[in-house]
Design a protein. Structure first.
Length: 102
């Protein structure tokens, strides 16, 4: 069984026992979180699509860790003008483990 769930404005495919990296969530390591914006569920071929969400279904997960993603470097340059600018960014992420869908 899997579900398409909206977490922090993005859609993810959640299956029991899988781990996901999502945008930083509130809470400490080891806390339980639940997501109620389930957009679709599939239980061995029986697909239920929500309009906009599936009623009565939520995804339960546990926060595994808070971490930062890989560094993305932004480099701007204008030729023949001597203009160069280097900037970097590391996204704050949360790793969650999906415990159950139901």
């Amino acid at each position: 069984m899997y579900a398409i769930v909206e977490i922090a404005g993005q859609q993810f495919k959640a299956e029991a026992g899988k781990k996901l990296y999502v945008h930083r969530l509130e809470g400490n390591q080891g806390d339980a979180v639940s997501f109620e914006r389930v957009l679709l569920t599939d239980d061995n071929g029986s697909v239920e699509v929500g309009a906009p969400t599936v009623a009565g279904v939520k995804v339960n997960a546990k926060i595994v860790a808070h971490l930062k993603g890989d560094k993305v470097e932004i480099f701007k340059k204008k030729r023949r003008k001597g203009y160069k600018k280097l900037n970097g960014h590391r996204q704050s992420l949360t790793q969650i483990a999906i415990e159950s869908i139901g």
